[in-house]
Design a protein around this ligand. Structure first.
Ligand SMILES: NC(=O)c1ccc[n+]([C@@H]2O[C@H](COP(=O)([O-])OP(=O)(O)OC[C@H]3O[C@@H](n4cnc5c(N)ncnc54)[C@H](O)[C@@H]3O)[C@@H](O)[C@H]2O)c1
Length: 363
């Protein structure tokens, strides 16, 4: 184990700590290290069990506030997960989405460049743009990005994230690493509409909600788009491999010859290429898992229904047909490869959702 994980005077700032990935990262930091955590979010409803933890300080605040940004940048390692990142908001709230995914991260990066913090910034696999079904592996440093028209405001999120990446990479003096997640899934993901959130959550929570409510799973444009669903536990393991490499030496000392320096100024795809599935296939897998959990025949569950993207998400919808990550860079620089198979990740996610919301969804 890296001796830095044993350093009880070290504090990691986790911004967006109350969200899906943030709550898993927080648990893992508390379990695998002796670090302290400075957690920032707009709310912490997922973290009730951690609120009084002796090694945590939580700040309920908005990253839009410059004083909050300055405070976060005082810590030597900053993981920025905060973002508006639900597709249904990309159309109706484009300006807010752009502020959240460009303005706030740019301000935080500027403060980290001044203070010398290592910024681990969460971008997205969407920065590869409108890839086609026949697109091959997406390579971090050479795949071109092509987006839909400006009128398709679905791309507000991806283009803001891309610009944030460009800003971070161009900022003199910043020590940075960018993470591009490929459809992470697991417990605590998103919300159940009408129970603890409004609008349309991402596909896993969306399908889980429909299954619990006995409604048909909606396949946007036939569910032909393919994705590599990746367990959030693999994502957390990736982050620990990254911390291990990046903290191999004197973080914050200004010494650029530290072991593991190869992880700075790099963007990494984090995904599981072995877990590729179309959204239509995902729907069938989730129906089968739900039927098993409930002890019923799958034929008793409603069949999925196809809907158009515009009908479902509203005007300005567009999509990318395939996102297959190249994971060679993470393997080469960090010795990391995602391991958890699709069925295991889906079973864990859906079982958690059913257990968590079964009573809550009953009117
Ligand atoms: N989960 C995935 O598969 C996935 C895929 C691609 C990219 N990402 C990126 O990873 C990051 C985390 O994703 P997640 O799935 O955990 O999302 P999430 O929505 O569950 O968590 C984001 C958290 O950020 C907080 N937040 C938003 N705006 C804030 C602000 N102004 N100030 C303070 N806190 C704020 C939210 O309250 C939320 O708790 C995001 O940047 C997202 O774009 C995730």
């Amino acid at each position: 184990m890296n001796p830095r994980f044993d350093d009880s005077s070290f504090t990691v700032a986790i911004v967006g700590c109350g969200g899906f990935i943030g709550s898993h990262l927080l648990d893992a930091v508390l379990e695998r290290t002796r670090w302290r955590v400075f957690g920032v979010d707009l709310d912490f409803y997922r973290l009730q069990h951690r609120l009084n933890h002796e090694r945590c300080e939580f700040l309920c605040a908005d990253l839009a506030d410059p004083a909050v940004v300055e405070r976060i940048a005082q810590f030597p390692l900053v993981v920025n997960l905060a973002a508006i990142c639900t597709p249904s908001r990309y159309m109706g709230e484009a300006c807010e989405v752009i502020r959240s995914n460009y303005d706030h991260p740019a301000a935080l990066a500027t403060a980290c460049a001044k203070s010398g913090s290592w910024l681990v910034h969460f971008s997205t696999s969407e920065i590869y743009g409108k890839t086609a079904v026949e697109s091959g592996e997406l390579l971090e440093d050479s795949t071109p990005a092509v987006f839909g028209p400006v009128t398709a405001s679905r791309w507000s999120y991806a283009t803001a994230k891309l610009l944030a990446e460009r800003f971070i990479a161009g900022l003199p003096g910043l020590r940075w690493t960018v993470v591009r997640p490929f459809n992470f899934v697991g417990p605590y993901m998103d919300f159940m509409p009408g129970v603890d959130g409004e609008g349309i959550p991402r596909v896993l929570a969306n399908f889980s909600t429909a299954l619990l409510r006995g409604e048909p799973l909606k396949l946007v444009n036939g569910g032909k788009a393919k994705r590599c669903f990746t367990s959030v536990h693999d994502a957390v393991d990736f982050l620990f491999a990254l911390f291990d490499a990046g903290l191999g030496g004197s973080l914050g000392s200004g010494n650029e010859t530290v072991p593991g320096a190869g992880v700075f100024s790099q963007a990494f795809n984090v995904g599981n290429p072995g877990n590729e599935v179309s959204v239509a296939e995902l729907a069938q897998k989730m129906r089968a898992i739900f039927a098993k959990l409930r002890g019923v025949d799958v034929s008793s569950l409603p069949e999925p229904q196809s809907v158009s993207g515009e009908e479902y998400y509203g005007a300005g919808y567009d999509d990318s047909m395939r996102r297959m990550p190249s994971v060679a860079k993470a393997e080469r620089l960090l010795g990391f490869r995602a391991r958890i198979p699709l069925d295991t990740a889906l079973e864990e996610s859906l079982s958690w959702f059913v257990k968590h919301y079964d009573v809550a969804q009953t009117p």
